[in-house]
Design a protein around this ligand. Structure first.
Ligand SMILES: Cc1cc2nc3c(=O)[nH]c(=O)nc-3n(C[C@H](O)[C@H](O)[C@H](O)COP(=O)(O)OP(=O)(O)OC[C@H]3O[C@@H](n4cnc5c(N)ncnc54)[C@H](O)[C@@H]3O)c2cc1C
Length: 287
């Protein structure tokens, strides 16, 4: 009995959130596991399905990250069970109900979960961690299902801070103008101890990797400060950054819809404004 929790990284705040969510299900017993070796979504899903079956676990939970959602979707298909992605609440019952984030964050849905083994990922930052230490048993992947193996690894190009957990995200849109134009975005992110994000216009142009994309089909972020530079404010972009505590928009067009969402706005050319902000931050204090 208990809840199987797929943990990608014990250091990650999202793992603590998923474990806290899992402890709220059933009698509070959890079985956290990490899976060793290279990422192989089908094999990792098979591994979770095997463990859930062998140990007769009541539910399977993971953080609602790209990998969490992908691996649990495989596990759900293998177990022939429904899967609730980006869940914010679980109410026990026969059957239980879940609340989950839909349509890129524009609505919350309540759904009844008809499942013998519910599978759920937890929407990032929907749960406050209970403070218990995060530890997990490392298990080997089910090798019989290892159909996919990586042939090449491409390193992240952003700053060292992860986009999802960064306290500050400096994000660039089409207005940045080129891949090289991101040097000033990177500089400001570095000065603020933050991460670089971008819009889909940017990833579509090949200026930044998809891992930097914020939005409905990218990463959902919830920093203390989100600085949107040359981003118009499309619904699909805002779906990824509306969790930010404060939003600063820098845009040449005073009519851009991003300003309707912004706490602070600067109308002007980002190529002038960002270097000016960076220069101000670099100034010795008291100068
Ligand atoms: C199914 C679907 C999913 C999507 N998912 C996502 C997603 O996850 N993330 C996402 O971002 N988009 C997503 N999109 C795309 C989205 O609809 C927009 O097309 C995209 O966000 C626009 O990117 P942008 O704001 O950078 O570009 P634009 O809309 O072209 O805006 C560029 C902005 O830059 C400003 N600008 C230009 N030059 C300067 C300058 N020198 N200084 C300051 N400002 C300047 C302009 O005034 C303009 O407001 C999705 C679309 C669909 C249909």
């Amino acid at each position: 009995m208990g809840v199987l929790v797929f943990v990608e990284n014990v250091e990650d705040e999202l793992a603590a959130q998923a474990l806290t969510f899992a402890r709220g299900i059933g009698d509070g017993a959890v079985a956290p596991v990490t899976i060793s070796g290279d990422y192989a979504p089908a094999a990792w899903g098979q591994t979770l399905a095997d463990i859930a079956t062998e140990r007769s676990l009541d539910a399977v939970v993971a953080a609602g990250t790209e990998r969490g959602n992908e691996v649990l979707a495989h596990a759900a298909a293998i177990l022939d069970q429904p899967f609730s992605a980006n869940t914010t609440a679980f109410t026990p019952g026969s059957p239980p109900t879940v609340t989950r984030v839909r349509w890129g964050g524009s609505l919350l849905e309540e759904a009844v979960l008809h499942a013998s083994t519910p599978l759920m990922t937890v929407a990032p930052h929907a749960v406050v961690p209970d403070g218990n230490p995060v530890a997990a048993e490392t298990v080997a992947p089910s090798h019989h299902a290892l159909a996919v193996a990586p042939t090449k690894r491409v390193g992240a190009t952003s700053t060292d801070v992860s986009l999802q957990d960064a306290p500050v995200v400096v994000s660039g849109g089409r207005g940045v103008g080129s891949a090289e134009g991101f040097a000033i975005i990177e500089e400001l992110a570095g000065l603020l101890g933050g991460a670089v994000g971008c819009s889909r216009a940017v990833t579509s142009a090949g200026w930044r990797p998809h891992t930097d994309q914020v939005g409905q089909t990218g990463t959902k972020v919830a920093p203390d400060l989100y600085i949107a530079c040359g981003i118009s404010g499309a619904t699909q972009h805002m779906a990824g950054c509306k969790g930010a505590k404060k939003l600063l928009a820098i845009n040449a067009d005073g009519e851009a819809s991003i300003f309707a969402h912004a706490d602070y706005g600067v109308i002007g050319d980002l190529h002038e404004i960002l270097p000016a902000i960076a220069a101000e931050i670099r100034k010795p204090r008291g100068a």
